[in-house]
Ligand binder design. Structure first.
Ligand code: F6R
Length: 609
């Protein structure tokens, strides 16, 4: 998705802006640009299609320097990817960068056209530039003009603005799209993601919805939507210690797959005692209400939704609590019936996913007992707005395809299930077994990652394939869904997951020798049922690839490949069986030669609806 970086400093800010844009590249974008102000040359703008490297090339031919600047990576929403649609957009002596969508852009464009403004792009953003220029003409004061502009915008925005008439001031605002202020020593920054600024500061102010601010060398002033002066604490960025380069790995995705033992151990730190889970981490209010929870609604998107689907099996079976799981884009627009004592759980890696955030806001107006965010980013909007929080500690996830964020979400959800079982005084064996399994999990994950060479070899058999089926039963059905999503997003092979029992109700018609069928076959109570479903596939000539427990006793025959996993305790099995599926999709993508870390058309953090 789009990214924003801005800076005001004594030094030339061009390198800071470019480095910031590079750090946001992982989010997905189609063009990049920047605008700079210096006291000699006035306002300069440079834009380029494609990668930030193209912008750097353009800057080599038309160098631009300045002590004040804003920069942007664009992911097209209104107007195709093209240089004339790239940000910043200009109007008279000002420049604007924008993330989000202005919903009333069409009516504003009509109004501004009638006022004599001509448009050079197809974007919704250009209306902001002209609207601000229009208000400035009348008010002759940029802050008042900025406020008048914000009052007319409907939709979502994070904005950065510079104006030639105020060469020491950087203006910004947020509504529905994230924006932080980075605090330096005699220099100040803005960014849509703190990661963009970690090379210059680890001190941040997280703006709230509707806030706007003015930054100068000396500091910052922040105001609420009704122009009240605000004073927020400056917070240290918690993931600052994590390395943001690929190190010895060929791709971020592979690095992140291999970081899972540590990410899981970090997520569990301080949460396990000998025979129980330590619930103080949830805070006193949440801790005291756990026993009252009678229903759970889980809402999330994509991979995070799959984590919720796995958790439903755990929560209903182990904690005895009714649980429903829904994608946020549906949940937010329907009338939800909320039984008494229901907890709303949102799950998100980024904590900025527009639909998940909107779902949380909607839920806060309903009669929920509480709202819990399970999230990987401590300073995110979701974490700040939810009543209760449970942080995963995966560290920054750069690859667009989520890997370590998913397994740490599962760890957090299994921990939550155990906490609920404990509060409800369910059988102590369940709690003891979960605690033991969670404690041993990082070592087990390490062991399973050693299966990589066999999986790499297997990936070759996908070379000419265009479709694949993934099968699982019980909590391994959502694991199969996650495997199919990983394969389609990074290798562009069309993949679908089915609950194995559903095969004969339709999808079996697709099975032939060109259709690889991947099964997730742990040694659990559903194994014998699954074996019958696999026989149905073999009988139709389907190529079977089984990720199976070494104790599953699956027979080897022509057209059947097994990758054997060690026996694992039932509860952690969905986490463990996710790993080979991640490795499979990674190696198939290598075979296909796709852009593993930045698959086409996708963005890392989906901050628009
Ligand atoms: C897939 C993937 C996406 C995200 C989804 C929600 O690999 O990463 O499906 O899971 O966009 O994102 P978060 O978890 O940030 O809310």
């Amino acid at each position: 998705m789009c990214g924003i970086v801005g800076a005001v400093a004594l030094r030339n800010v061009t390198p800071i802006l470019l480095e910031g844009l590079h750090r946001l590249e992982y989010r997905g974008y189609d063009s990049a640009g920047l605008a700079l102000l210096n006291r000699q040359g006035g306002l300069q703008r440079v834009r380029a299609m494609g990668k930030v490297a193209e912008l750097e090339k353009a800057l080599a031919t038309s160098p631009a320097k300045g002590h004040l600047g804003i920069a942007h990576t664009r992911w097209a929403t209104h107007g195709k990817p093209a240089e004339h649609n790239a940000h910043p957009h200009l109007s008279e002596r000002l420049a604007v960068v924008h993330n989000g969508i202005i919903e009333n852009h069409a009516s504003l464009r009509r109004k501004l056209t009638e006022l004599g403004y001509s448009f050079n792009s197809d974007t919704d953003t250009e209306v902001i530039a002209h609207l601000l220029a229009h208000h400035y003409q009348h008010k002759q004061d940029l802050l008042s003009a900025f406020r008048a502009t914000l009052n007319e915008l409907h939709g979502a925005y994070a904005l950065g603005v510079i104006h030639q008439d105020e060469p020491d001031n950087l203006y910004c605002a947020r509504m529905g799209s994230p924006l932080v202020i980075g605090v330096g020593s005699e220099e100040q920054f803005i960014a849509s993601d703190p990661l963009a600024l970690l090379q210059v500061t680890d001190q941040f102010i997280y703006l709230e919805e509707g806030d706007h601010a003015r930054l100068t060398l000396a500091g910052h002033e922040v105001w609420s939507s009704n122009n009240q002066v605000l004073s927020y604490p400056v917070k240290r960025y918690e993931h600052a210690a994590h390395s943001l380069d690929k190190g010895e790995y060929r791709h971020f995705m592979l690095k992140e797959i291999f970081e899972q033992p540590k990410a899981i151990a970090d997520t569990l730190e301080g949460k396990l005692a000998d025979n129980q889970v330590l619930t103080a981490i949830l805070g006193p209010e949440a801790e005291n209400r756990l026993a009252d929870i009678q229903n759970i609604h889980i809402v999330a998107c994509g991979t995070s939704y799959h984590a919720g689907l796995v958790a439903r099996y755990w929560i209903e079976e182990q904690a005895g609590i009714a649980c429903q799981v829904e994608v946020a884009s549906e949940y937010r627009y329907r009338t939800v019936s909320v039984p008494a004592n229901t907890l709303l759980v949102t799950i998100s890696q980024s904590g900025e996913t527009a639909d998940t955030l909107a779902a949380l806001r909607y839920a806060k107006k309903q009669n929920y007992l509480g709202t819990l965010a399970i999230c990987n980013v401590a300073g995110s909007s979701l974490v700040r707005e939810a009543g209760w929080r449970l942080l995963t500690q995966a560290g920054p996830e750069i690859g667009v395809a989520s890997t370590k964020a998913f397994t740490t979400q599962l760890v957090a959800l299994l921990w939550l299930t155990t906490a609920l079982a404990q509060a409800k005084q369910r059988a102590p064996e369940i709690i003891n077994a979960n605690v033991r399994a969670l404690r041993n999990l990082p070592g087990l994950v390490e062991q399973v990652l050693q299966l990589e060479p066999g999986i790499e070899q297997l990936a070759q058999s996908f070379a000419g394939k265009h479709h694949a089926l993934f099968l699982g039963r019980g909590p391994h059905y959502p694991v199969a869904m996650e495997g199919a999503l990983k394969l389609k997003e990074i290798s562009y092979i069309h993949a679908e997951a089915y609950a194995a029992g559903e095969l004969k109700h339709g999808p079996l018609a697709l099975v032939d020798e060109d259709m690889p069928v991947v099964s997730v076959a742990p040694s659990d109570s559903l194994l014998e049922k699954l074996k019958s479903n696999l026989e149905e596939v073999r009988a139709r000539g389907g190529q079977l690839i089984n990720f199976a427990c070494e104790r599953a006793g699956l027979e080897t025959s022509e057209g059947v490949t097994h990758i054997e996993l060690p026996w694992v305790y039932d509860s952690v099995s969905p986490i463990v069986y996710t790993l080979p599926l991640q490795l499979l999709s990674y190696h198939v993508a290598l075979v296909k030669g796709t852009d593993v870390d930045k698959p086409r058309n996708l963005a890392k953090s989906v901050t628009v609806e």
